[in-house]
Design a protein around this ligand. Structure first.
Ligand code: CA
Length: 238
């Protein structure tokens, strides 16, 4: 476990950038594999374990967004999108598709490294938190979640009336901002059992949570649906 290197897949068709990424990330202790097309990325993902993907938006065979969708339909692997300076991106759409972060080219490698470390730390933490919830209070969008009392209050002290299942689902989502939480994980958090494909109750819980939390109808929902995967908590920025 200790000697296992984190495996990063760099999907980039610009050879000079790909080479720099490879050299730099290996020097930082990561195992790096490269793909210069989406087709090559698919082959790599299907044949080897990948812990994080750096994904260029402008690729020769398909664009990075369709590659992102393809990846997300298969796995929760953290993905950082690399965007060219002339590529306009819609961050909300990207987040809904399941990207974990963005970086515009040209970027500083130090910045890339910082993003990679943050995402890997978050992913690792989340995996642990599913089993052992931390007990610190978490503030978000005018609410405070208190794991000790299992209560959610507004900043003004008003209590939000949640069922046990709603509370557990919310706690899991809020602890993992910007990360897709699959239905299985939400279901086991809520009820301690595996999710049955016939069971729609996770969607009902989320729908109730949205109604209770999203009191401002003009704002996008705090809890986004990630089609075919699950849900993601996207904190509002004030
Ligand atoms: Ca490119």
């Amino acid at each position: 476990m200790i000697t296992n290197k984190v495996k990063i897949l760099a999907v980039e068709d610009d050879r000079s950038i790909a080479k720099l990424l490879h050299t730099y990330l290996e020097r930082e202790g990561y195992a790096v594999s490269d793909s210069d097309t989406v087709a090559a990325m698919r082959r790599t993902v299907e044949s080897t374990q990948v812990d994080l993907v750096l994904l260029d938006v402008g690729l020769p065979d398909e664009d990075g967004w369709s590659a992102l969708k393809w990846l997300r339909a298969r796995s929760d692997v953290p993905i950082i999108m690399l965007t060219g300076k002339n590529e306009t991106i819609d961050k909300v759409i990207g987040l809904e598709l399941g990207a974990d972060d963005y970086l515009s080219k040209p970027f500083e490698f130090r910045e890339l490294l910082a993003r990679i470390r943050t995402i890997l730390r978050r992913t690792e933490k989340a995996a642990i938190q599913v089993e052992a919830p931390a007990d610190e209070k978490i503030s978000f969008a005018g609410w405070v979640l208190d794991p000790t009392s299992q209560l959610v209050k507004s900043d003004d002290g008003d209590l939000l009336h949640l069922t046990q299942a709603e509370y557990r689902i919310l706690a899991l989502l809020v602890r993992n901002p910007g990360r897709v939480i699959v239905r299985d994980d939400l279901m086991s958090a809520a009820a301690g059992r595996d999710w049955d494909p016939m069971d729609r109750s996770i969607d009902v819980h989320v729908s109730n949570l949205r109604k209770k939390l999203d009191l401002d109808p003009d704002l996008p929902s705090l809890i986004r649906t990630v089609r075919g995967a699950g849900y993601m908590f996207v904190p509002k920025r004030n």
